[in-house]
Design a protein. Structure first.
Length: 489
């Protein structure tokens, strides 16, 4: 796309035979081509199903007669079929676990014969070194047969994953050739899996740049699901700033030893609420010294501090050595749950949520909503962009927007209210979509809807709404006036 930088989800594949652990022939038998029929939610007409599409991806057999692949390969899937090398039969599969925040999924196969002759691919216990060679297997566009290509590890970094456009984790960059449409294939070194191929750059800005999900992220996902559910990634939910200025360090009572980062914000709904304070200096995390640039050393690599917490599970703790008011302290943070607000992330597996009342369509604000409506309203953009940093979630766990109006005599002259944020209905504060549905369910002669930033309210007469209900449903083919199903967690 010219000079526009864009993440795309895809698989890249490379060409070195396995030297140790498992032979190339065994690798071939354990690779899978995944065909997906998916259906995305319809945010503009949420009572109607979205369009279906077909796609392909790759996966590979792991312990427990399971298939590991990317979440984006099987997201919103309605039907999955698998193919193996040199086997003409197609096998039906289903998603057993899916982790959108780290773009991984585990599939199961209904037919036990699928696994005959396969061997689970072993995982490496280390991160590959810079400039070391890797082999990436998969099914790029241009053919249906297995393709294997080669490349070298060029960078180990901490970056945003393109699947949700919010979550950031450890990634390994390779110079392997990138081909769209075949994500989920294994990246091997010395006959062992060191990653899962999943995204790259498109356009002229960067070429021969692809990324794999490394083993620490894969291991965390597989460990998380051992109890039968996926609890998502834990997070400190704080903002930190580097402490590079000697004068600033002196004012905080710190030696000029290049150790420690300053806590700039502590989210009130996060794990550190009540444990850390703004102005604290974090010196160590679980015994790892925190550099003044926010990096720690793990497994011989200097990696950003959040990587320590990345490996934690629900119920785990992390110990922080801090300086508060020039006094050294040690505090413990326990991870009871993942961060609860995900409006800035792409959502999957859940139909669009909405309430339709008197021809007025109300929906919660999230990234999919913003993309579907191509919103340029400044108030909505502010609320979306600053939802976490300004702790808007404290007053509004959901931001309910009047997204569209189905024209009818009862809602004439209300177009100016489109993209308004609902504040109250008949004096009741609206904090969630369920609050709105409950408010409209209560008997009232009139429904007085106050919106943010407007002195005049929207007023709908109950009798008029009731008399127009069937007319509006029939005219616009509305078969359900609301969907309150919560997003998958």
């Amino acid at each position: 796309m010219g000079h526009y930088l864009k993440f795309i989800a895809l698989l890249f594949v490379l060409n070195i035979p396995a030297a140790f652990g498992i032979s190339t022939a065994e690798i071939r038998k354990s690779l899978v081509r995944i065909s997906t029929t998916s259906q995305n939610p319809n945010y503009r007409v949420p009572w109607m199903p979205g369009k279906t599409s077909q796609g392909t991806g790759a996966g590979f057999v792991i312990e427990g007669k399971r298939i590991l692949t990317n979440a984006h390969v099987v997201s919103n899937a309605r039907f999955l079929s698998l193919e193996r090398e040199d086997d003409p039969k197609r096998y039906i599969a289903r998603v057993q676990f899916i982790a959108h925040d780290c773009d991984l999924a585990v599939l199961t196969v209904e037919d036990p014969d699928f696994f005959k002759g396969t061997k689970p691919l072993p995982f490496s216990n280390k991160i590959p070194q810079i400039e070391s060679s890797v082999s990436v297997y998969g099914y790029p566009i241009g053919g249906k047969r297995l393709s294997v290509t080669t490349g070298v590890v060029s960078r180990i970094d901490f970056q945003t994953y393109s699947h949700t456009l919010l979550d950031a984790h450890l990634v390994i960059q390779t110079n392997a050739a990138i081909n769209p449409g075949n994500s989920g294939g294994p990246v091997l070194q010395d006959g062992k899996v060191v990653g899962v191929a999943f995204q790259g750059y498109s356009g002229d800005v960067a070429q021969n740049t692809g990324y794999m999900i490394p083993v620490p992220v894969i291991n965390r996902f597989l460990t998380d699901i051992k109890d039968g559910r996926y609890d998502r990634y834990m997070d400190l939910s704080i903002t930190t700033f580097p402490l590079l200025n000697p004068a600033h360090r002196r004012a905080l009572g710190l030696p000029n030893d290049n150790v420690g980062v300053l806590v700039g914000a502590v989210a009130s709904e996060g794990a550190c609420d009540g444990v850390l304070e703004v102005g604290d200096v974090i010196l160590k995390i679980d015994g790892h010294t925190v550099g003044c640039d926010g990096f720690v050393e793990i497994d011989g690599l200097r990696i950003e501090m959040p990587e320590v917490v990345e490996r934690k599970l629900k119920g785990d703790t992390v110990v922080l050595d801090i300086v508060r008011n020039k006094q050294h302290k040690q505090v413990t943070v326990k991870f009871e749950r993942a961060w609860p607000y995900g409006i800035q992330a792409n959502q999957y597996e859940t139909p669009a949520r909405y309430v339709l009342f008197g021809g007025l369509l109300f929906q919660p604000l999230n990234r999919d909503f913003m993309d579907a409506y191509q919103v340029d309203d400044l108030r909505l953009r502010y609320l979306f962009n600053n939802y976490v940093s300004d702790e808007i979630y404290r007053e509004r766990p959901e931001i309910i927007v009047l997204s569209a109006i189905l024209p009818d005599p009862i809602n004439t002259y209300l177009n100016d209210f489109r993209f308004s944020v609902v504040d109250e209905v008949n004096g009741k504060k609206i904090r969630t979509l369920n609050d709105l549905a409950d408010a409209f369910a209560e008997p009232a002669e009139d429904y007085i809807i106050k919106v943010m930033g407007e002195g005049r309210p929207i007023v709908l007469a109950r009798n008029a709404v009731e008399s127009a209900r069937e007319r509006i449903k029939r005219r616009y083919s509305v078969f359900a006036e609301q969907n309150l199903e919560l997003p998958a967690q």
